[in-house]
Design a protein around this ligand. Sequence first.
Ligand SMILES: NC(=O)c1ccc[n+]([C@@H]2O[C@H](COP(=O)([O-])OP(=O)(O)OC[C@H]3O[C@@H](n4cnc5c(N)ncnc54)[C@H](O)[C@@H]3O)[C@@H](O)[C@H]2O)c1
Length: 446
Amino acid sequence: MNAQGREPLAVFGAGWVGLVTAACFAELGHEVTVRDVVPEKVERLQNGEVPFFEPGLGELLERNRDRLTFTLDAADAAEAAELVFVCVDTPPTYSGDADLSRVWTVIDELPQLDRRSILVMKSTVPVGTGEKVRAALEARGLSHIGYVSNPEFLAEGTAIENFMNPDRVVVGAFLESDADRVTALYEPLGTTIVRADVASSEMIKLAANAFLTTKISFINEIANVCELVGADVVKVAQGVGLDHRMGPHFLRAGAGWGGSCFGKDVSALKQLAGNSGYQFQLLAAVIEVNELQKRRIVQKLQKHLGRLRGKRVALLGLAFKPNTDDMRDAPSLVLASRLLAEGANVRAYDPEARPGELLQGVALCDSTLEAVTGADAAVIVTEWNEFQTVATPEIRDAMRRPLIVDGRNLLDPEATRAVGFDYEGIGRAASPLSALPETPERELAD
Ligand SMILES: NC(=O)c1ccc[n+]([C@@H]2O[C@H](COP(=O)([O-])OP(=O)(O)OC[C@H]3O[C@@H](n4cnc5c(N)ncnc54)[C@H](O)[C@@H]3O)[C@@H](O)[C@H]2O)c1
């Protein structure tokens, strides 16, 4: 601990959670050593570059450069620290369980520390992981190392704000003294600290993501019924969400949830319940509704365009949400592959996401205008701000057919139709079908 009461920290994993944690704790005055296993990532960070897009992160890392060290060396990082934050990825396995192999690697890589350091788990892990880590530490002769579960709730795109102004911080520990040390780190944030046992802390994170996805799948099902009965889900969500017992958040109907966390965490909880002898039926439905929701966009296109073979479709947005370049489990991936399977000619534009090998067969464009030129339909897949102004005469005239399928209910239907577009949102009254022009497939070949 230094004269200002700051502890030297280590962060294992320089991804969204690790880098944001490191930058924010450095901002609070701590010396932080960040360790990753990918040499290019560490090299870029040492050179002052940020390996992914997260608003404000570059500036925060730059401002705190003197307090941040980046290394590939696990022993160096752990030896320098009083608290070691584990922020490695925990992707799903084929069974839906969380893959903890990277967490076990971190335990194996810890040097023989002689002081009482604390391992702080920020990665999302199944309930029971803390107990297993404790046993693994004991087996390595490191039983003097403490363990605290400290799940992370940040959302990509607003990660720094979420870290610095959290709704709460959860601290689950085996020993009160370990919980005290981790709690002290967060005291400058002036937020509510929920102290719990380790299992409950692990469950809080899984339950939180399960609840958020349940809200989204719920409003998506309401949207689908709205379409059949002539109601508008945007109005319905407003009227429901103003009730403080429900709240307005995560009641936005659309083309389904995605991202690196929701799918894997909901599957992990469903699988955890199943492994423990309980069938979590609600979560099975939440997942299924989401899978079907992503495919509804294709049905909407077919409704207007008939067979999609040879039709040109522009995807606006590829990232799983705006203000990030992250495409992990993005609905755009399912949509693009369904469209390609139907024989459509798919073009795509995203302000930040660069899919590389992820989107084979899709023509990537540098602007909305380039993507929609000659298109039979434009689909808003990600609600980037810049797509709010997409319904212009210039875009309409560039398209072969002025059809917008708004997978995020981003546009005003009346204003969009007034410009001359056919408009189809999610859970809102659709445009009447226009007569279909015959599309010669030759004309559309790239
Ligand atoms: N991304 C989010 O929005 C978010 C939010 C809350 C919680 N989480 C959870 O936090 C964890 C990390 O998520 P993320 O999105 O930051 O992942 P990420 O994939 O962006 O980053 C993980 C990093 O860990 C590194 N790594 C792997 N093994 C390592 C090791 N042995 N030592 C050091 N580094 C190692 C990887 O190279 C990678 O850079 C996951 O469990 C995730 O579920 C993520």
